[in-house]
Design a protein around this ligand. Structure first.
Ligand SMILES: NCC(=O)CCC(=O)O
Ligand SMILES: [Mg+2]
Length: 324
């Protein structure tokens, strides 16, 4: 029989390949994580994240302007808190003059139309390096939610457009939503880290913020990486509690979860390509074992294919430079 269908006709050259391409990457896909420190004139490279930096507020301004000029219109802020300001309750997290609150204002001054999201979790503020208040070695849930709600309100008052709770306490989305509604921050959004797994891929990030847990691990609140169905339960509960955007984290090992969530929900889905994923590519490329740019592109495209609407990635600038 004569062969009538030949799939390779659609791969003949770049023109036809681009004509039939199912997914594309644009600067609008990205949420750019930014690490902020106290001080002046600081742009320090994170040792386990080559090419990624912590900025003091004065230098953050230039970075934000550059992102904006590249078409990167959304940032996600993290702060590195000095040790002497850490305690069990994360008191510094709700200081209206705290580093996060000042960072929000700095970013908005540098680029007034940029979308500012703030990390909401106690770990950078916790003397134990945990995402909640510790009592007898256990991270207590409901008391922690109250602090997270106060913290979210404080970020909204500083000008944050979205708060992004990354802690995995039960019921924190509802606690945050109620406080924001009551205090007339009805327009402030919540991007929930809904399905966040207890992962060793967060290692370099904990170096970046000096936020590694001082005892134990995070398995009593973050998800077990053996579980798939549980991600849907977590995600649907957060949507019921008022989450505007949901997230799966980490990224590459969890593409099945990204697709499951995308098929199950009617809100935008974000994925977080975490520090360890970034570090692996950088390290292999440095050794000459992988081609940095094509591997980076292939991974980012995998997130789009899996169904992510939003990609939080340390590669955002690299990608935009490569595509332009
Ligand atoms: N809440 C942020 C993290 O837990 C870690 C992110 C990363 O490893 O990039
Ligand atoms: Mg949950």
């Amino acid at each position: 029989m004569q062969q009538l269908r030949r799939n390779r006709r659609l791969r003949t050259n770049e023109a036809i390949r681009s004509l039939v391409r199912e997914h594309t990457i644009t600067p609008h896909d990205f949420l750019v994580p930014l690490f902020v420190v106290e001080g002046k004139g600081i742009k320090e490279e994170i040792p386990s994240m080559p090419g990624y930096y912590r900025y003091s507020l004065d230098l953050l301004t230039n970075e934000v302007k550059e992102l904006w000029s590249m078409g990167l219109k959304s940032v996600l802020l993290f702060v590195k808190v000095p040790d002497d300001l850490k305690d069990n309750k994360g008191t510094e997290a709700i200081n209206p003059e705290g580093l996060m609150q000042r960072a929000v204002k700095t970013v908005k001054e540098a680029a007034p139309d940029i979308l500012v999201m703030t990390d909401v979790a106690l770990d950078p503020y916790s003397s134990y390096g945990h995402d909640g208040i510790v009592e007898k070695g256990y991270i207590i849930n409901d008391e922690t939610c109250k602090v997270l709600a106060e913290m979210s309100l404080s970020h909204a008052q500083a000008g944050a457009d979205f708060v992004a709770p990354s802690d995995m306490m039960d019921g924190r989305i509802l606690a945050i939503r109620e406080v924001l509604e009551k205090e007339s921050f009805k327009q402030t959004g919540i991007m929930s880290y809904s399905a966040k797994y207890a992962s060793a891929f967060y290692g370099p990030f904990r170096d970046a913020l000096d936020s590694a847990p001082g005892f134990g691990d995070k398995k009593t609140y973050q998800m077990d990486f053996s579980n798939r169905d549980e991600a849907i339960k977590e995600t649907l509960m957060d949507i019921d509690e008022g989450a505007d955007i949901v997230m799966v984290k980490p990224g590459l090992c969890y593409l099945d979860i990204v697709r499951d969530v995308r098929d199950a929900v009617d809100v935008p889905v974000a994925v977080y390509q975490v520090s360890g994923e970034y570090a692996m590519v950088k390290a292999a490329a440095e050794k000459g074992w992988l081609d940095h740019d094509t591997v980076m592109l292939e991974q980012i495209m995998a997130f789009k294919r899996a169904g992510a609407h939003i990609i939080a990635s340390y590669f955002a600038k690299d990608i935009v430079k490569l595509l332009s």
